[in-house]
Ligand binder design. Structure first.
Ligand code: G6P
Length: 369
C-alpha cells in the first residue's frame, strides 16, 4: 500500500497532487490549441441533439453534483441553454417534467451510484438523451447512458473526491465550449481564446499546490474549531459548497457552504470571533460584491481566510489569512480555487487524527438507495 501511495501519507494527498496531470490527461487528444480544435469523441453522434436541446438537465450526487453546478454556469454562459441541476435522489422521486427534447447529463466518478443510475433510467423512459460523465470505464452508468465522455482521472481511492471533481469540471468545460461554438453563441475568437486559457490550467493548479505549506500553517490555527462557513459567488459558489463538504466529510467539523449574498438571510447570525469564514474572493465579475460580504463578516469579528487572485491588495487588508492563486478567466477558476480548500480540509483532518482516506460512515460509491 505504501508503494501505491507513491510516497504520500494518504491516497487523498496523492490524488490532490495528481491534479495537474489528471486534468491534462483529461484534455489530451481532445483539446488542440494549435489547430483550434476541440473534439469529444463521445459527443460526435449526439452533437445535434445537444445543440438543439431545449434544456439541459444535470443529475448527480455529492461532489459530482457540485461539478454539475459549475457546469450550469458554464453552459448557460457559453451556450445560452437553460440548465437545471438535480440531486439524483430527489429527481427520481418527483415525477419530473421531462421529454425527448431534454439533454440529460449524468455525472458520476464511480459510475455506480444507485440514485444516479435510477435517475438515468427514469429520464430514458421519458425519451430524453442521456450523456454520462464518468471516471470508471465500463461502469454501470457508463453502460446505461446513450453516450458519454470519460474523465480519465485514473483510479480514485480516497473516499473524499478530489481529482475526479476537477476532471469532471474539465470535461464539462470542454462540452460547454463546444456547445457554445456550435450554436454560435460563442464567437470563434473567444472560443480559441478559451481553449488557450483551458490549456494553461494544469500549470496553474501546479502553482496552487505549491501553497501547501502555507495552507498547513493555517490549518494548525483552525484545527480545533467546531464550525466553518464557506462563501463564494458565481463560479465560486459551487466551490464554497465543495470546500465545506470536503471539510465535514473527513474532519467531522460542521461546515456549511453558501452563496455569499445569502449570508444575510441566516448564516450571518452565526458569526462571532469564534467563527472562521472561508471566502473564495478571486478577481472576477462578483469581486466587489464579495469584498463587501467580507466587510460584513469583519465587522462581526469573524475570522477570515480568503482565497484570492495573485497580487490582490484589497482583501489582504481585511482578511486574517490570504491564499493567493494564479489568475484565470472566471469560468475556469473553480479548477484552481478548489485546490487550497482540498488541502485545508486534508491538513485539518490529519491534525485531528481522522482517518482521511476512509472517513466514518461514508462509502466511496453508494450502490444502495
Ligand atoms: C459518495 C462519495 C462521494 C461522491 C458521491 C457521488 O457519497 O463518498 O465522494 O461524491 O458518492 O459518487 P459518484 O461516484 O456518483 O460521483
Amino acid at each position: 500500500e505504501a508503494i501505491e501511495k507513491g510516497g504520500f501519507d494518504h491516497f487523498m494527498l496523492k490524488e490532490i497532487y495528481e491534479q495537474p496531470r489528471s486534468i491534462a490527461d483529461c484534455m489530451r487528444g481532445r483539446l488542440d490549441v494549435k489547430s483550434g480544435r476541440l473534439v469529444l469523441g463521445g459527443l460526435r453522434d449526439y452533437m445535434k441533439k445537444f445543440q438543439n436541446a431545449h434544456r439541459i438537465i444535470i443529475t448527480a450526487c455529492g461532489t459530482s453534483w457540485h461539478a454539475g453546478l459549475v457546469a450550469e454556469y458554464l453552459f448557460e454562459e457559453f451556450a445560452r441553454i437553460p440548465v437545471e441541476v438535480e440531486y439524483a435522489s430527489e429527481f427520481r422521486y418527483r415525477n419530473p417534467v421531462i421529454n425527448e427534447r431534454d439533454f440529460v447529463i449524468a455525472i458520476s466518478q464511480s459510475g455506480e451510484t444507485a440514485d444516479t443510475l435510477a435517475a438515468i433510467e427514469l429520464a430514458k423512459s421519458k425519451g430524453a438523451t442521456i450523456f454520462g460523465v464518468c471516471n470508471v470505464v465500463g461502469s454501470s452508468i457508463a453502460r446505461a447512458t446513450h453516450a458519454g465522455s470519460y474523465t480519465h482521472a485514473g483510479p480514485e481511492i480516497g473516499v473524499a473526491s478530489t481529482k475526479a471533481f476537477t476532471a469532471q469540471i474539465s470535461v464539462l468545460s470542454m462540452m460547454a465550449l463546444m456547445l457554445g461554438y456550435q450554436r454560435g453563441t460563442l464567437p470563434e475568437g473567444q472560443f480559441i481564446q478559451f481553449l488557450h486559457e483551458l490549456e494553461t490550467v494544469p500549470a496553474k493548479v501546479e502553482k496552487a499546490l505549491a501553497l501547501n505549506s502555507q495552507v498547513e500553517e493555517i490549518a494548525k490555527q483552525f484545527k480545533d474549531v467546531r464550525n466553518f462557513l464557506y462563501l463564494g459567488r458565481g463560479y465560486n459558489f459551487p466551490v464554497a459548497l465543495e470546500g465545506a463538504l470536503k471539510l465535514k466529510e473527513i474532519s467531522y467539523i460542521h461546515a456549511e457552504g453558501y452563496p455569499a449574498a445569502e449570508m444575510k438571510h441566516g448564516p450571518i447570525a452565526l458569526i462571532d470571533e469564534e467563527m472562521p469564514v472561508v471566502f473564495i474572493a478571486t478577481r472576477d465579475s462578483s469581486y466587489e460584491k464579495v469584498v463587501s460580504n467580507i466587510q460584513e463578516v469583519k465587522a462581526r469579528k469573524g475570522k477570515i481566510i480568503a482565497v484570492v487572485t495573485e497580487g490582490d491588495t484589497m482583501v489582504k487588508k481585511m482578511a486574517d489569512h490570504t491564499i493567493e492563486i494564479p489568475s484565470s478567466h472566471e469560468a475556469f477558476v473553480p479548477l484552481i480555487s478548489v485546490i487550497p480548500l482540498q488541502l485545508l480540509s486534508y491538513h485539518i483532518a490529519v491534525m485531528r487524527g481522522c482517518n482521511v482516506d476512509q472517513p466514518r460512515n461514508l462509502a466511496k460509491s453508494v450502490t444502495v438507495e
